[in-house]
Design a protein around this ligand. Structure first.
Ligand SMILES: [Zn+2]
Length: 98
């Protein structure tokens, strides 16, 4: 099994849904295309060093785009009445956030 850091970013939350990294990059690139070169390095760096994040990215509702860290995924798993577990999925492409 590949070693993964508990603070590895596995997805993001914005627009009241979960999103995978790829869809988030596309979303942010489109939304912030005028300042793409400004945020690009910081955004990618943000994936590894959350505390170095200077640039706050906001979604369509004015809320902050939040990273989902690997050790938070367990909190996002949805369990129904029959104990079936559902992993969070990307609201755009449907990819599992894990
Ligand atoms: Zn996606």
């Amino acid at each position: 099994m590949m070693y993964r850091k508990s603070f590895e970013v596995v997805g993001y939350t914005y627009n009241a849904d979960y999103h995978c990294i790829q869809c988030t990059l596309e979303y942010v690139q489109e939304k912030y295309k005028d300042t793409y070169s400004l945020w690009h390095d910081q955004f990618l760096g943000f994936r590894d060093e959350a505390n170095d994040m200077d640039l706050i990215l906001s979604d369509d509702e004015g809320n902050e785009v939040h990273p989902i860290f690997l050790d938070q995924v367990g909190d996002l798993v949805y369990e129904d009445d029959e104990d079936n577990q559902y992993m969070p999925h990307c609201g755009d492409c449907g990819e599992e956030i894990s």
